[in-house]
Design a protein around this ligand. Structure first.
Ligand code: 5CA
Length: 434
């Protein structure tokens, strides 16, 4: 992509409405714009990141055996009356009436709709287990939408739902999702810590939140220092095998959110207990028959008896993750993208546009490395180009200037750590391709 024709409306000054660094940087880097409180448009640069995050989530759900589908954003109120949640959900639910005076709502989550689909379509225990998921916009009319995409009113969520014949099966599904979450967040360069958590309006008695530690996090969390040292990046998982030992290993050390914190641990763990702020990027629930029983999602079991299906639900805040990644990875100059989610892997700066050797070196590099490259071909001062490139945080930046090009060389700079290296043009291309 050529920056001269790209829609990248960056902002120099800090926007006054943004209280935390990710919100500030997303506005300044031209990633998002607010449409109304807690409702955002995703501009081209931001949307590329959102899609990369979404794709990692999708790949890890698929790997764990979940099947992707798509449910609508608008749901009939009727289904929520069946589960009893229509009145309970209160003002957070955006209620709508259609032209026939039917009560509808913009879905804050999908337990009812998916339960209705399964109740109509699954005719035998032999069709279980199933894990179904979708990646769809949700709406929750939060009292205090804030921190940009981190606590929005409209936000993108991956929500999965598991259906099993019995509690042991449901636990296996829960473990599958648990482990897939560890892989998902590690692939984005994040250290997510699974913590015992409250179930809130979703319900059930077993639940874990996945928290990223950051000073700006909304939750207070308590973690055993030894758990923080566990490294998950690159760990392979055999989903055909027994996952319980992995989950046991990851839950054997103390980690809890504020609502589940046991003060007795303070004495027990002493200075091994870390108190910190966390950003909740995922939340999983096992709630058994909470929805299947009132909604009549029953199947004939092996002996012909009616069995209410055992269920769990599993959420990831896809749009929140974009903010959370920035909270975890930035410096004074701007965003520092982990490679797997960077909007472009490579930036290219032409220090002297109009100079034929600079232009032609840039064209060679551009042709070799597009489409994962953003070429700053504008007629701007070097200082402006460097500052904007740092702000948008692409992992690798190739700098082409008259002096180095005369020697057949370019400079390659790593955004993380700032290491610079001069090398021949072809070597730079080969390195970045590899
Ligand atoms: N049905 C269940 C799981 S599928 C559910 O809705 N869980 S949840 O309420 O915990 O939401 C799942 C994830 O969505 C959260 O972990 C969080 O990362 C994200 N999320 C929730 N509310 C917001 C919000 N207002 N803005 C951005 N992300 C949010």
């Amino acid at each position: 992509m050529r920056l001269s024709s790209y829609f990248l409306p960056t902002i120099k000054e800090n926007p006054t409405e943004a209280q935390i660094v990710s919100h500030r940087l997303m506005l300044r880097a031209g990633m998002i714009r607010q449409a109304a409180a807690g409702i955002y448009s995703w501009l081209p640069l931001g949307y590329r990141v959102l899609q990369k995050v979404e794709q990692i989530v999708r790949e890890e759900q698929d790997r764990a055996g979940a099947q992707e589908m798509l449910m609508p954003t608008i749901q009939p109120a009727e289904l929520w009356r069946e589960s009893g949640r229509y009145d309970d959900y209160g003002k957070e639910m955006l209620r709508i009436r259609d032209r026939h005076e039917r009560d509808m709502l913009y879905g804050p989550t999908n337990e009812e709709l998916i339960t209705a689909i399964v109740r109509e379509s699954v005719k035998s225990y032999r069709e279980l287990p199933k894990i179904l998921y979708h990646i769809q916009w949700k709406f929750r009319d939060e009292v205090r939408p804030r921190f940009g995409v981190m606590r929005g009113r409209e936000f993108l969520m991956k929500d999965a739902y598991s259906f099993d014949l019995n509690a042991a099966g449901a636990r296996r599904s829960y473990h599958r999702m648990f482990v897939s979450y560890m892989r998902t967040f590690a692939r984005m360069g994040l250290k997510a810590i699974p913590m015992r958590a409250d179930t809130g309006p979703i319900g059930g008695d077993l639940s874990h939140e996945f928290q990223i530690l950051a000073d700006t996090g909304e939750s207070e969390v308590y973690v055993d220092r030894d758990l923080l040292a566990t490294d998950w990046a690159g760990r392979e998982v055999d989903y055909a095998g027994d996952l319980a030992p992995i989950v046991e290993e990851l839950t054997s050390r103390y980690a809890a959110t504020d609502d589940k914190h046991d003060p007795a641990q303070e004495k027990k763990l002493g200075d091994r207990l870390v108190t910190a702020r966390g950003i909740e990027v995922g939340h999983i629930f096992y709630f058994g028959t909470k929805y299947s029983r009132p909604m009549g999602a029953v199947v004939p079991g092996p002996g012909g008896e009616s069995v209410a299906v055992e269920m769990g639900s599993y959420g990831i805040g896809v749009s929140r993750l974009v903010g959370a990644i920035i909270e975890a990875s930035h410096d004074d100059a701007g965003i520092v993208w982990p490679e797997p989610v960077a909007p472009f892997r490579i930036g290219l700066i032409n220090l002297k546009r109009g100079d034929s050797s600079c232009d032609s070196a840039c064209e060679t590099i551009y042709r070799a490395l597009a489409p994962d490259l953003l070429y700053d071909d504008r007629d701007e001062r070097a200082g402006v180009k460097f500052a904007e490139m740092d702000l948008i945080g692409l992992p690798w930046v190739v700098v082409v200037g008259p002096k180095s090009v005369a020697a057949g060389k370019v400079e390659m700079k790593a955004r993380r750590g700032g290491a610079r290296e001069e090398m021949p043009i072809e070597a730079a291309i080969a390195r970045l391709k590899g």
